[in-house]
Design a protein around this ligand. Structure first.
Ligand SMILES: Cc1cc2nc3c(=O)[nH]c(=O)nc-3n(C[C@H](O)[C@H](O)[C@H](O)COP(=O)(O)OP(=O)(O)OC[C@H]3O[C@@H](n4cnc5c(N)ncnc54)[C@H](O)[C@@H]3O)c2cc1C
Length: 600
């Protein structure tokens, strides 16, 4: 069993050398957020994660959340950690200062955010969902609701949930049955059952703010008829403090594959008092605010679990002695060599590192675009950022979470049979990772969102904006001339191919609408490898720029980075060709087989 160590060196390199966080923040009018401050936020977060959260990762998995006659007990240590987190001000990192938050852009705190998830993902979901709920309330709620709920949530006195799913209604929200009936006093009475509600009930705080999707009596059919309501677990007294119970009950919690510390609740609403958020039938538009944040948050979960898996595998491959190097003994004084001498183990270690470190650049870049969208003073720049965010959110969510499955699976493989045994801890990472591919819209739905809504829906404009940004950065990066020419050519070739694939699919869709769904998964993956190649290209360009301190430590670190870049371009990037071929194959091979033959 090992404990998590925040990868400070890599995080700082990505923030400062690759993404120039200081300049990006200055463009948003935040030149007060300098390197020292950004690194200070990271250091504080890393210390909290390593000392308080990391032990809860295993503890929470072993003990799990427990349901006792409607109440839910979180694992030992969860509440103390939650209170300490809130007291340190972490709950309000991004929320407006007017509500008690710190108003920080993501770039100032994303690295700390990664350490919280890597520290204890199941624990972090309570505060992460609360931040998303606050964002939705800030965006869509009436001023009175905002002042009633947001400051309490930012202070960590109450948490937030997101209640969409019902037994018959998962991906297809149009099938929703929960009803909201208007009352004479302007409030609504909600009735229905929601399932799979993360932290729907718990013992961390004395009130819980549920954001609930439901239908009004006059709702039109399908997803156009969905409204959003804020429903507290306990009704509010005149002074805003929690009063009597509000017709919201937790019937049970699920027994599940991973994230055992996070209670997944079946919630029954019976005439629960709620307030409309936003316009009648306009609930999805507000909920999408929360979901966009949440989707980037889930991508962060994928990255953080993969980082933890990579760390465990790297340590084990150093400590475990088995066999001899094919080139002759390396550890001659030992009875055998460490695992990392073997080419196949190196293949796994380099794959893990290439995905984790390349994925970090991709995801932090996505957050940088989100900051630009949220805060840039010029409308034209915000508009460009909207396209970039629209494209990258489904790519990051689906690719980084599928990647987490591959990387955590490899961590088990590097551990051999011991990886299958609980004590080494890596099997938990694999179990925890799977949910990231499923919630916040399954990865199949992310691909549909990208291909259908973002790419075809914009007439290809989003992908053109993205490709222009790829070219612009490569043309202006200071270290560009020193990046191997083959790698530069590879990124340009893939970017061109992504444009061609867009044209191919757009042409076919006019004859057969199933072409969107048939191309979606492979199109998303081709886009992801293209972006990852761009990220690795930028990493190498930044290495060429960064004089660094010529210590042995920094030389070794730089050599590892360059070797990983080479591995990525030589051995992982060829996967993009397979995805391109699958996109070009079209829908026929998927759709022509009759259902009875498919399922025979
Ligand atoms: C641990 C956990 C925590 C969760 N937390 C929350 C929460 O806090 N709040 C909340 O509201 N929900 C939550 N969920 C629910 C989660 O978001 C849903 O499970 C998810 O959206 C998928 O819905 P479903 O399970 O009904 O699958 P289904 O919708 O039945 O999908 C099954 C399969 O079919 C595919 N599919 C479905 N429709 C289409 C389509 N049109 N095109 C292509 N493929 C399709 C899907 O991709 C999937 O592979 C949670 C779930 C779990 C397991």
């Amino acid at each position: 069993m090992y404990e998590y160590r925040a990868p400070r060196r890599d995080m700082q390199f990505v923030l400062h050398e690759v993404l120039q966080a200081e300049q990006a923040l200055a463009a948003l009018g935040r030149d007060d957020l300098n390197r020292e401050l950004i690194d200070g936020v990271l250091e504080e977060g890393a210390k909290f994660s390593e000392s308080v959260l990391s032990p809860l990762h295993w503890q929470g998995d072993q003990e799990g959340a427990r349901w006792e006659r409607g109440a839910v007990r979180t694992p030992a240590g969860y509440k103390a950690a939650f209170d300490a987190f809130a007291a340190a001000g972490w709950m309000g990192t991004h929320c407006d200062e007017a509500f008690g938050g710190q108003g920080l852009p993501y770039m100032a705190s994303i690295a700390a955010g990664e350490t919280f998830v890597a520290g204890a993902m199941a624990w972090r979901m309570a505060s992460g969902l609360t931040e998303g709920a606050v964002a939705a309330l800030q965006h869509g709620a009436a001023p009175l609701q905002q002042t009633q709920f947001i400051p309490k949530m930012v202070a960590g006195e109450w948490t937030g949930t997101m209640c969409l799913t019902e037994p018959q209604c998962g991906t297809d929200l149009g099938l929703m049955r929960t009803r909201a009936v208007p009352s004479a006093d302007g409030t609504y009475r909600l009735s229905g059952t929601k399932i799979f509600i993360t932290y729907g009930e718990h013992d961390l705080t004395d009130n819980i703010v549920h954001l609930v999707l439901a239908k009004l009596p006059d709702a039109p059919g399908g997803t156009r008829g969905i409204s959003l309501f804020v429903v507290p677990k306990r009704r509010l007294l005149a002074d805003g403090s929690p009063g009597a119970a509000n017709g919201v009950d937790c019937e049970r919690i699920e027994h599940k594959m991973g994230i055992h510390g996070s209670p997944t609740c079946v919630m029954r609403f019976e005439n629960a008092e709620g307030w409309l958020v936003g316009k009648p039938h306009g609930g999805l538009a507000v909920m999408f605010i929360m979901m966009n944040h949440a989707r980037l948050g889930v991508a962060l979960q994928g990255l953080a679990l993969a980082e933890r898996a990579w760390q465990a595998a790297a340590l084990y491959a150093t400590d475990r002695l088995q066999g001899r190097s094919l080139r002759g003994p390396v550890a001659v004084a030992q009875p055998a060599d460490p695992l990392h001498v073997h080419p196949d183990v190196r293949r796994m270690l380099l794959t893990m590192r290439a995905f984790v470190e390349g994925g970090r650049v991709l995801l932090y870049q996505a957050y940088q675009w989100q900051d630009t969208l949220d805060r840039h003073p010029e409308a034209a720049v915000r508009q460009q950022a909207e396209s970039l965010v629209g494209f990258v959110v489904p790519v990051a969510k689906a690719f980084l979470t599928d990647m987490a499955m591959e990387v955590t699976g490899m961590a088990v493989q590097v551990h051999g049979g011991h990886g299958f045994i609980r004590d080494t801890g890596v099997e938990q990472l694999m179990r925890d990772a799977k949910i990231t591919c499923l919630y916040e819209g399954t990865n199949g739905i992310q691909a549909l969102d990208l291909m259908g809504r973002k790419v075809i829906g914009s007439g290809g404009a989003t992908v053109q904006t993205l490709l222009a940004e790829v070219q612009r950065v490569m043309a202006t990066a200071p270290g560009a001339a020193n990046v191997p020419a083959a790698w530069t050519a590879a990124v340009h070739r893939l970017a061109q191919e992504l444009g061609e694939l867009t044209t191919v699919v757009a042409g076919r869709v006019t004859h057969d609408t199933a072409e969107v769904g048939a191309a979606a998964h492979d199109y998303l993956n081709h886009a992801a490898y293209t972006l990852l190649a761009w990220c690795w290209w930028r990493t190498v360009a930044a290495l060429e720029q960064d004089p660094g301190i010529a210590t042995n430590e920094s030389l070794v670190w730089t050599a590892g980075k360059r070797a990983t870049a080479r591995f990525f371009f030589e051995r992982l990037l060829p996967r993009a060709a397979a995805h391109a071929a699958a996109v070009r194959a079209g829908a026929a091979g998927l759709m022509e087989v009759p259902a009875e033959a498919l399922l025979a």
